[in-house]
Design a protein around this ligand. Structure first.
Ligand code: IMP
Ligand code: MG
Length: 183
C-alpha cells in the first residue's frame, strides 16, 4: 500500500520506495565485489527483514542461498533486553559459510549483538551485517554494520517490513507513525 492509502496514520514519509531501491542497488554492487567467487548465505531476521531480503536478494547479480531466523527478546514492554530466545532456528549448517545477516532496523542493537555472537559460535567462515535502517542509540553498542542503508532519527517508523502491532508492514515506503495511533 501507499502512504495515501493510510494518510491520517502517518506524520511524515522518511524514505520513499525509489530511494530504498536505489540505496539497495548501491549496497548490492559492493556486496557483489566483496563476495566475488565466494559462496554467500543471506540470513534474514523474521519478520521485519522480509521486504529488505526480497529486494536485496533479487538485486544481487550473484547466486546466493537464503535462510531465516525468528527471535524474540525478553524484556519489559518495548525495551529490548538483550536476552534473546530463538523461536525459529536456521535450517543451514553455518560451518565454513559466508554469512550476511539481513536486518530491517538497528535500534538498541542488543538483539543483533546477541545474534552475531550466536552465529559466530557455529564456525562460519565470516559473519557480516546488512541493515536498511539504523537509529542513533545503536552507536552505544559496538556493532560494525558493513552495509547500511540509512541513518534515521530516533522516531518510531513503520513500513517496508516494519510494523506497529503487526500492522503497516506492507507500506511501500518508510514513514513516521502518527502518535495518536499508539496513544
Ligand atoms: P534492538 O536493536 O535490539 O533494540 O531491536 C531492534 C528491533 O526492534 C527491530 O528488529 C524491530 O523489530 C524493532 N524496532 C526498533 N525500532 C523500530 C521502529 O521504529 N519501528 C518498528 N520496529 C522497530
Ligand atoms: Mg527485526
Amino acid at each position: 500500500m501507499e502512504p495515501r492509502d493510510i494518510d491520517g496514520d502517518l506524520t511524515e514519509i522518511l524514505i520513499e520506495e525509489e530511494q530504498i531501491h536505489g540505496r539497495l542497488a548501491e549496497l548490492c554492487r559492493r556486496i557483489e565485489a566483496d563476495y566475488a567467487g565466494k559462496d554467500l548465505l543471506l540470513v534474514g531476521v523474521l519478520k521485519g527483514a522480509v521486504m529488505v531480503m526480497a529486494d536485496l536478494a533479487r538485486e544481487l547479480k550473484h547466486p546466493i542461498a537464503m535462510d531465516w531466523m525468528a527471535v524474540s527478546s525478553y524484556g519489559s514492554g518495548t525495551q529490548s533486553s538483550g536476552v534473546v530466545r530463538i523461536l525459529k532456528d536456521l535450517d543451514t549448517d553455518l560451518h565454513g559459510r559466508n554469512v550476511l545477516i539481513v536486518e530491517d532496523i538497528i535500534d538498541s542493537g542488543l538483539t543483533l549483538s546477541w545474534l552475531i555472537a550466536n552465529l559466530k559460535s557455529r564456525q562460519p567462515e565470516s559473519v557480516e551485517i546488512c541493515a536498511l535502517l539504523r537509529k542513533p542509540d545503536a552507536a552505544r553498542v559496538d556493532i560494525d554494520v558493513k552495509y547500511l542503508g540509512f541513518d534515521i532519527p530516533n522516531q518510531f517508523v513503520v513500513g517496508y517490513g516494519l510494523d506497529y502491532a503487526e500492522k503497516y508492514r506492507n507500506l511501500r515506503s518508510v514513514a513516521v507513525l502518527a502518535p495518536h495511533i499508539y496513544s
